[in-house]
Design a protein around this ligand. Sequence first.
Ligand code: TPP
Ligand code: MG
Length: 323
Amino acid sequence: MQTYTVTSQLALEIYKSLVRCRKFEEKIVELYPEQQIKCPTHLSLGQEGVAAGVCAALTNGDKIFSTHRCHSHTVAKGANFKPLMAELYGKVTGCCRGKGGSMHFLAPEVGAMGASAIVAGSIPLAVGAALAAQMKGEKTVSVAFFGDGAVEQGPFHESLNFSALKKLPILFICENNGLATCTPISKRQAHGNISKRAEGYGLPGIKVDGNNVIEVWNAASGAAQRAKNGEGPTLIEALCYRWKEHVGPNYDHHLGFRTKEEVETNIKKCPIQRFLDTALEKNWFTLETAKKIEDAIQNELNAAVVFAKESPFPKEEEIFAGV
Ligand SMILES: Cc1ncc(C[n+]2csc(CCOP(=O)(O)OP(=O)(O)O)c2C)c(N)n1
Ligand SMILES: [Mg+2]
């Protein structure tokens, strides 16, 4: 695999992206108990390295498609906080005019084309976008984000087969957090080696450490280059860890399928802290710059919360519009 060079500018962009993902969801954890956000929210706290690493390898014209766990993907692709936060509050200023909620984020102006809560449901949409780009002769890629649970669904297999056959410009990004709801992968698949499945369909499969943002970015950069060169799709399996419960702002070790110690050990492997340590060590930027980025993002987020809370709900007469 080719190794790309990280510039200071890229490192700053990645750090900004990581912190935007993290702070957006930390804000949800803080606000959820107020019970003004009514929709269920699947948080990707701990998994941000995958979203930020992949999206850093993409251009604005590249398109991503996401899942029920779509916050970080949409934020990392460059979405404005305000319509996302308003969507969580069910407000008319939300990205789906308040009717989609947490599982249906989108920001088409930056290439975040939407999310489906049907497991594996958005993979074929990404394939369709890749086919359209190929037919139009556009030099863009399409990205399907999905979880390890989606690998057990038919659309995953059909999508890999068709994309490899047609050499479509698409990246299949599996966020393997080892869980589908509360069921570990060892109880669902005879072997959980997801990147290996690519071989059977005739495309490359790469396994990366999702806590290592640079490794994710590097693999995605190579795959995007390959796709844009007309060489076809790549499957990237990024190993990651979901810190919070399947859906909601709390921890879930009391349910008995994983221990508190396991969760704590994995939180210590935080992708953001790891990236910051590397960035400081390599002098990509200073701690002072990192703090300035964090403060600016906090202000942007606070303004989004005010915007969301002050925005009106959709009017009753538009209840059936756009659904
Ligand atoms: C077709 C379908 N079956 C079942 C569900 C219920 N469901 C929602 S999320 C989920 C688990 C998905 O696991 P995974 O794909 O690994 O994503 P993760 O939640 O770990 O990010 C299930 C079974 C659904 N939404 N769609
Ligand atoms: Mg999973």
